[in-house]
Design a protein around this ligand. Structure first.
Ligand SMILES: Cc1ncc(COP(=O)(O)O)c(C=O)c1O
Length: 395
């Protein structure tokens, strides 16, 4: 029996199904070349090494792996993550690392931690669609922070903080989803300072930082977070495989203790088995070589997509040139409607995500997000050819 709609909580009124997840159903058809999903390249998943890790876990610690575990996460995996944080330039003890079901769960827990209905979240504009969804579940109001090609503009924050009293700032500093833009190194300490001065929590979402194929790594904002304002989120989805649903957060002891209660309430803990398999895989295999393969492949795919766009797109279209990650962001002519374009593109068997849904407030009709990690070069050329042909015909 379906519940009568008046039984649903008020928050359900503003929730909509994710357009991407709807599009993904259509684009799963093999004849469609899809630049839509945020999918890693499946041929780079370390299937054999994960199988060997799973065998070893079951052979040597099968009972523990199939038992309930601590809400904080598998201790050895937490230690590995704390070392990984060190490699990223952040000093955190394992005790401040919480293993989660993907970094998506961090967004949900952070929203639960901070938001009452109507509270303000500051975000980049556009921003990650499923973050909008996660925060909307808690009836957030969104206030965009001005950005440019170097990411968000920290100097704009004090005014916004005074005016809107936001509960937190959500930012994706590396190869942002959807734009591919990276927050400039010199802006990061300024951002941390402003957050400290105004006691503004920051949720720093960093799924893509390790996927840099060009230029030098930049430490996360959390590197400068002496005040403990930053809840840092990352994931194994792009470096091992998203099907594991393994991510983590690193937060100051004060935030950590509260996030842990929320994690307990949400799902007790992340899969003991998956955590042990991931830890076994990470310690038995050369991660530097594996990451290098991913970076090389994505760098090549970006270059192929960029070259194809340059060769084929009509005037009036521009796109970003990210140094890593999985997406580029196309700005079309002002009169373009991305959703209409998508309907026609699907008939030509090519798909992308229209930009509109990445804007938490208004705007965004004339943008497209293109994923380049999930298609081999030949398909990228053919897909761009189909898309560009359509764009030329529409002019
Ligand atoms: C910016 C951003 N944050 C979080 C996620 C969630 O990733 P996961 O839950 O697989 O770690 C994604 C996935 O694409 C993302 O793009």
């Amino acid at each position: 029996m379906t519940a009568p709609s008046e039984h649903f909580a008020g928050r359900m009124r503003q929730l909509r199904p994710s357009t991407i997840r709807e599009i993904l159903k259509v684009t799963a058809q093999p004849e469609i070349i899809s630049f839509a999903g945020g999918l890693p390249a499946p041929e780079l998943f370390p299937v054999e090494a994960v199988r060997a890790a799973a065998d070893e876990v079951l052979a040597h610690s099968g009972r523990e792996a199939l038992q309930y575990g601590p809400s904080e996460g598998f201790p050895l995996l937490r230690d590995w993550i704390a070392e990984e944080m060190q490699r990223r330039g952040v000093n955190v003890p394992s005790a401040e690392v919480l293993v989660t079901n993907g970094s998506q769960q961090v967004l949900d827990l952070a929203a639960k931690l901070f938001l009452n209905p109507g509270d303000v979240v500051l975000t980049e504009n556009p921003t990650y669609l499923a973050a909008i969804q996660a925060f909307q579940t808690f009836e957030a109001r969104f206030v965009p922070v001005p950005t440019d090609g170097q990411g968000l503009i920290p100097e704009a924050l004090p005014g916004l903080i005074r005016q809107h009293h936001p509960k937190f700032l959500y930012t994706i500093p590396n190869f942002q989803n959807p734009t591919g833009v990276t927050l400039a190194a010199e802006r990061r300490p300024i951002l941390a300072r402003i957050a400290a001065d105004h006691a503004l929590p920051i949720v720093e979402d960093d799924p893509y930082g390790r996927l840099r194929y060009h230029g030098n790594e930049i430490p996360p904002v959390k590197h400068w977070d002496e005040a403990g304002c930053v809840i840092y989120a990352s994931t194994f989805s792009k470096t091992i495989a998203p099907g594991l649903r393994l991510g983590w957060l690193a937060a100051s002891a004060e935030n950590f203790s509260r996030l842990l209660i929320l994690k307990q309430a949400a799902d007790l803990h992340t899969s003991s088995f998956d955590q042990r398999v991931a830890h076994m895989y990470l310690t038995r295999n050369d991660q530097i070589a594996h990451l290098a393969r991913i970076r090389r492949a994505y760098g090549e795919r970006f270059a192929v997509m960029d070259a194809a766009l340059r060769a084929e797109m009509p005037a009036g279209y521009e796109w970003t040139h990210p140094d890593g990650g999985m997406f580029l962001w196309v700005t079309g002519p002002a009169e373009l409607d991305g959703l209409t374009l998508l309907e026609q593109a699907i008939k030509r068997q090519v798909a992308f995500v229209p930009g509109r849904d990445f804007f938490p407030t208004e705007g965004g009709r004339n943008y497209l997000r293109l994923n380049f990690s999930n298609s081999p070069p030949e398909q990228i050329r053919e897909g761009v050819h189909r898309l560009a042909t359509l764009c030329r015909e529409l002019r």
